[in-house]
Design a protein around this ligand. Structure first.
Ligand SMILES: Cc1cc2nc3c(=O)[nH]c(=O)nc-3n(C[C@H](O)[C@H](O)[C@H](O)COP(=O)(O)OP(=O)(O)OC[C@H]3O[C@@H](n4cnc5c(N)ncnc54)[C@H](O)[C@@H]3O)c2cc1C
Ligand code: FES
Length: 238
C-alpha cells in the first residue's frame, strides 16, 4: 500500500496460500499502516475455518489480498471531540481513526477511546492503542480491568458525567449487540454516531448481495461491502 489508508476500510483475504479450502475470502479491517515500510497489519480472532487456516500462514508465505475496500470513516478535523468505542476485535478501525486524526494534527486530549474486553487477559490486543497520546479507558465483562460491565455502559456513564466534550462524535466497531447498544445510546443522547459493521462477505465487491443491511425506516438494503462498512448509526436497522 502506498498511501495512508482511510480508517474503516478493509482487506478481503484468501486465507489459504494454496488450494481452495476455504473457497471464499474473509474480511478484516485495516489495523495499522507503517508509512516507512508500507507494511499493513490486521488483528483477528480465530472463530472458524477461515481464520484457523489463516493463523497457520507463516512469515515469508504469500497471501492473496484485495483492498483497501469499502467506505471508511469520513470525519473532518473540525469536530469537537472524538469518542471511539471498540469491542474485542473491533479495535482496529477505530485505532486507525485515532492514529489518522493524530497525524493530521487533531488534539489527542480530545480523543477518548473506550475499549471493551471480556477480561484483562485480552489487554495485549490494545497494546498499540495504549501507545497513542489519547484518553484510553477499559471496560471488562468480569471487572478484571477498568470499568466492570459492557463498554456501551461505560459510554453511557461518560456521557452522563460530561467527560466526553460538549459535542462528541461517536465511532464504534464491535459485536452486533454492542453496536446496537451504542446506536441506542447515541440516539437517546442526540449524538452523531458512526458504526463500522461486520457481516459475512462472500464477494466483498458488491455483486453477491450476501452482506446487506436494512436502511432504517425504508424498504431499502445497503451493501456493507460497498456502501459501508461504515454507516451513520441513524441510517441502519440493526
Ligand atoms: C468489514 C469487516 C471487517 C472485519 N474486521 C475484522 C477484524 O479486524 N478482525 C477480526 O477478527 N474479524 C474481523 N471481521 C470478521 C471476520 O471477517 C470473520 O471473523 C471471519 O470472516 C470469520 O471467518 P471464519 O471462516 O474463521 O469463520 P466462519 O466459519 O465463517 O464463521 C465462524 C462463526 O463466525 C460467524 N461469522 C463469520 N463471519 C462473520 C462476520 N463477518 N461477522 C460476524 N460474524 C461472522 C459465523 O456466523 C460463525 O458463527 C470483519 C468482518 C468484516 C465484514
Ligand atoms: S459481499 Fe457480496 S455484495 Fe457485499
Amino acid at each position: 500500500m502506498e498511501r495512508f489508508p482511510i480508517p474503516g476500510t478493509f482487506l478481503h483475504i484468501k486465507p489459504n496460500t494454496t488450494g481452495t479450502d476455504p473457497l471464499l475470502r474473509r474480511a478484516f479491517s485495516i489495523f495499522d499502516y507503517d508509512e516507512t515500510s508500507g507494511v499493513v497489519d490486521i488483528l483477528y480472532k480465530v472463530v472458524g475455518r477461515g481464520t484457523e487456516v489463516l493463523s497457520r500462514v507463516r512469515p515469508g508465505e504469500t497471501l492473496d489480498v484485495l483492498g483497501p475496500l469499502g467506505n471508511g470513516f469520513d470525519l473532518p478535523l473540525t469536530i469537537d471531540h472524538l469518542v471511539l468505542v471498540a469491542g474485542g476485535v473491533g479495535i482496529p478501525p477505530v485505532y486507525l481513526l485515532a492514529k489518522s486524526h493524530l497525524r493530521q494534527g487533531f488534539d489527542g486530549n480530545k480523543i477518548n477511546y473506550l475499549c471493551g474486553l471480556t477480561t484483562a487477559a485480552e489487554k495485549p490486543m490494545a497494546d498499540r492503542v495504549e501507545k497513542l497520546p489519547i484518553n484510553l479507558q477499559f471496560a471488562t465483562d468480569d471487572g478484571s480491568l477498568g470499568f466492570k460491565g459492557f463498554v456501551s455502559e461505560l459510554l453511557r456513564a461518560r456521557l452522563d458525567d460530561g467527560s466526553l466534550g460538549i459535542n462528541p462524535v461517536i465511532c464504534a466497531c464491535g459485536p452486533d449487540g454492542m453496536l446496537k447498544a451504542v446506536q441506542t445510546i447515541a440516539r437517546a443522547y442526540g449524538k452523531k454516531c458512526y458504526l463500522s459493521l461486520e457481516s459475512i462477505m462472500p464477494c466483498g465487491v458488491g455483486t453477491c448481495l450476501g452482506c446487506v443491511v436494512k436502511n432504517d425506516g425504508e424498504e431499502k438494503y445497503m451493501r456493507v461491502c460497498r456502501e459501508g462498512p461504515v454507516f451513520e448509526a441513524s441510517e441502519v436497522e440493526l
